[in-house]
Design a protein around this ligand. Sequence first.
Ligand code: ZN
Length: 258
Amino acid sequence: MKTQKVRRKKDSIKADKRLKTKAKRLSVIVDEFLEVDIDRNKLSKDHEKTERLLNLLVDNLWEGKHSNTDFYWLYEDIPKSEIVSKCYERLSEFWAQFKRNLFDHREKILPLRAKLKSKEKSENIDSKIEEYSDNINDEQLYFISVKYHFEKQITVTFENDEIHFVQLGKDVVDAFIELINGLPASIFKKCKYENCKRCFILTSRHKKEFCCRNCASKWHQKQVQKTDPEGYRAYHRDYYQKRKELLKKRRMSSGENR
Ligand SMILES: [Zn+2]
């Protein structure tokens, strides 16, 4: 009995660790690949960036199990930048739909369910919610359409007595689905700064509301502007005054040196 309990605990720690590393891998892909603009033409001239993005994908989508050269034998005659652009195009198409569904579920369906539940308690269901009440608590299905351009190929190796399926034959969307499958939906976040709304992934328990520091400071500045406009103006007056003095000092000291 006891050993079973211990084993179960060990298993859950193991599963927890696995999810954590998956979330970290996903976070890199989201921050540096999916939530940025990648221009096909520019990329074809930027070998350094192409190389970096390709490595990023191999490491995080295919877990870096194979050297980069293995990645190419599947698409031998295609330039590297073209592979990256293709992956970007296919993943972005999937990502846009996936995000829309996830945030729709969180922002529309879940509040509706909560509303319904509280109404049920008070047994005072209004007609608008009643419309939904038949199926709102059922499992909500979402659909994502994906085109498959690449031919699927599965390769297996038996080196060192280990059966290993070469994952690089897997289409980029399949690899991505495998990566996010089973992850908690709550780790997908939208940047709180309204002019940004970039998506990012929570990789620790630490509460994070913004995609980057830049957005956080912009949001806080805006808050100050809203709640304390006089303080905001005073802060900026102060800032410009200080800057002016600093520039003046610099000019003077450079004049002295002449
Ligand atoms: Zn942001």
